[in-house]
Design a protein around this ligand. Structure first.
Ligand code: HMG
Ligand code: MG
Length: 307
């Protein structure tokens, strides 16, 4: 079995992570977090969402965040765009990538986007066209691909159907997401292998929430079938406001530790990621959800005490 030699990490903490915080997080803090992530080597940064502020108040400051974050060459900044209004925000803020996010279940589509899957594809169609016309990269992330909080099981055929629709819209990358973190390794392989029959595996990414503690195992399962792109969230921040009880994404620090241990390149500086994760967790007044982050921070503290 050969694993990919390089991987691409998309850091989604500032968006997927902070969208779910109960306490308000000032734009300045979000900007500072993005700066720290870029300094740690993050080259794919999902910074914010241009969604309805009534639906997700934490992302209402998207224009301010986009105006304040560092934009060095080589850093691709992406934003969520559920419709043309969202895309206009993406364009005005010079985002590099628009992210559309259909669901694999009708029930979740209604809760998250207030419309059916077919209606969401209709709304995404002009977004896809506008992104292509303006030279913006287009990524699609398919929610609840391994289980839905409202419907329960999600047939693989439903996931493959949405993958095909996103391929037909011209998506440059398609993420397969475990919104509520229920998937297990063999299931993940089956879903990815089915998706790879209709869309190139090189352009598929994995997006795993860690609610049931399966995310790292599922990432390893993905690597075994050739997936080399993953979304992760610093300090394991996050969840989805429309998936109650779902915890954060797999922590970036934990994914990087796994990948480096496997000899897979990420281009990321684990120590700086740990700093960023500990910093934002301290700001939020809680312990980081990254096991690696906490272990390395404790090791450092012990070493400092010993000197
Ligand atoms: P709607 O209420 O059906 O929209 O919501 P509407 O078109 O009827 O418009 C209603 C109002 O919203 C209008 O304002 C619009 O202008 C405004 P009013 O006239 O009442 O003052 N509006 C907007 N404002 C700002 N930006 C926009 C926008 N669009 C409309 N883009 C809508 C439909 C899609 C807008 C809404 O359902 C929505 O914003 N949903 C987003 C929900 C969301 O962000 N969820 C979390 C992200 S997805 C996620 O976390 C999953 C993921 O991580 C993968 C995984 O883990 O599964 C990606
Ligand atoms: Mg998510």
């Amino acid at each position: 079995m050969s694993l990919p030699k390089q991987t691409m990490i998309t850091e989604v903490g500032p968006r997927d992570g902070l969208q779910n915080e109960k306490q308000p997080v000032p734009a300045a803090t979000k900007i500072d977090l993005c700066r720290r992530l870029v300094e740690a080597g993050i080259r794919n940064l999902e910074a914010t969402s241009f969604v309805s502020p009534k639906w997700v108040p934490q992302m209402a400051d998207a224009p301010e965040v986009m105006a304040g974050i560092p934009r060095p060459q080589g850093v691709r900044v992406s934003v969520l765009t559920p419709n043309m209004k969202g895309f206009e925000g993406a364009l005005a803020s010079r985002a590099d990538e628009a992210v559309i996010f259909p669901a694999a279940s009708e029930a979740f589509s209604q809760r998250n986007l207030n419309c059916s899957i077919a209606e969401s594809v209709e709304r995404f169609t002009p977004v896809a066209r506008a992104a292509q016309e303006s030279g913006m990269r287009l990524r699609a992330v398919i929610s609840v691909a391994f289980g839905c909080p409202y419907q329960g099981d999600v047939p693989i055929s439903s996931v493959v159907d949405v993958v095909s629709r996103m391929r037909d819209l011209g998506a440059d990358e398609i993420g397969i997401a475990d919104t509520i973190g229920v998937g297990t390794a063999e299931q993940v392989k089956r879903v990815i292998e089915a998706a790879a029959k209709v869309y190139p595996i090189e352009q598929i990414s994995g997006h795993f929430h860690d609610t049931y503690g399966q995310a790292l195992t599922n990432i390893y399962a993905c690597l075994q079938v050739g997936v080399a792109r993953f979304d992760s969230s610093i300090a394991g921040l996050g969840g989805c406001p429309y998936a109650k009880g779902a915890t954060g994404n797999v922590a970036t620090e934990d994914v990087v530790y796994l990948l480096h241990g496997l000899g897979i390149e990420t281009g990321l500086d684990l120590d700086k990621l740990v700093d960023a994760g500990q910093w934002i967790s301290a700001f939020l007044g809680r312990k980081s959800h990254s096991r690696v982050g906490n272990a390395l921070a404790a090791k450092r503290a012990a070493a400092e005490q010993a000197t």
